[in-house]
Design a protein around this ligand. Sequence first.
Ligand SMILES: NC(=O)C1=CN([C@@H]2O[C@H](COP(=O)(O)OP(=O)(O)OC[C@H]3O[C@@H](n4cnc5c(N)ncnc54)[C@H](O)[C@@H]3O)[C@@H](O)[C@H]2O)[C@@H](O)CC1
Ligand SMILES: Nc1ncnc2c1ncn2[C@@H]1O[C@H](COP(=O)(O)OP(=O)(O)O)[C@@H](O)[C@H]1O
Ligand SMILES: [Mg+2]
Length: 283
Amino acid sequence: MEITLDILQKVIKKREPNSHKGNFGRVLLIGGNINYGGAIIMAASAAVHTGAGLVTVATNKENLSSLHSVVPEAMFINFFDKVSLTTAISTADVVVVGPGLGADNRAKEVLEVTLSNISDNQLCIIDGSAITLISENDSLKELIANNKKIIFTPHQMEWQRLSGIPIDKQIDDINLQKQTSLNATVILKKHHTTIYHQSGTIDNLAIGGPFMATGGMGDILTGVLAAFITQFKESSLDERINAAVYLHSYIAENLSHKYYVTLPTDIIKKIQKTMLKVISEQK
Ligand SMILES: NC(=O)C1=CN([C@@H]2O[C@H](COP(=O)(O)OP(=O)(O)OC[C@H]3O[C@@H](n4cnc5c(N)ncnc54)[C@H](O)[C@@H]3O)[C@@H](O)[C@H]2O)[C@@H](O)CC1
Ligand SMILES: Nc1ncnc2c1ncn2[C@@H]1O[C@H](COP(=O)(O)OP(=O)(O)O)[C@@H](O)[C@H]1O
Ligand SMILES: [Mg+2]
């Protein structure tokens, strides 16, 4: 079904007066090598601005100063420190892995530690380089074979790598077969994104446009997704995913009336206001 604006009204909820950061979820984001530090920093910033209660970033230590100058709300761990990484995974509600991780051997080791320590019931969003690494390594695929709470967020090229389906053959019937065999949710990002939910439902996004074709646009979606998933538990997982995907493109579309391209960092700045507007219109 097509996702419509009313999904935001349905999912986003006013906060209870006596609630605290522990009620809004612990998000761990793993990624950002020396070349792609911006990816994980933007993802973390998006999670913080969407309302995640506690956000930790596991990244290359070279990114520490930049991380804290952009988003001091986020905590830091060195992703090569296996003990810290394992501990952080065990206490996270949602783990995001992949934005800017890179695909070299050290990145693969970080992903191995991550996937080995995610419990079967822990929700994990797998994006960017992590999708590419999993596509290339059967041993990594096996590590998540029993996990029923995986969300892949590939763009079409990443989906081609993961599924083996060439971009021009990526139609619903064929995609669905592969998604079912992966036993995961697949958010296939493209012009008018399609979401193949693990529940078997297929949803489509009819908003967003080429003004979003800027590096980092998918990275921030992971943060928005993680924050929706940890916060709005009165709604089903499918609804929370749809709302996050919709909000991301909805803000971009609004910005596109004033700007030629919509930058990921500009979208981040509009998240809080847009969410407040949604709840202020609720009866
Ligand atoms: N500021 C940063 O640090 C950034 C880091 N990034 C990270 O860089 C790593 C590599 O990701 P990339 O996606 O750049 O590289 P990839 O090599 O995985 O894929 C990009 C290529 O795929 C092709 N493609 C075909 N259909 C596409 C579609 N619908 N959407 C997007 N691309 C499509 C395009 O030719 C494009 O150049 C990821 O870990 C990512 O998170 C990128 O997000 C860019 C920004
Ligand atoms: N032409 C387009 N129409 C609609 N959405 C787009 C378009 N181009 C890019 N996007 C959106 O921007 C995001 C790009 O994600 P991705 O390719 O992973 O970016 P990055 O890895 O650089 O962060 C996706 O949500 C995608 O749907
Ligand atoms: Mg990406």
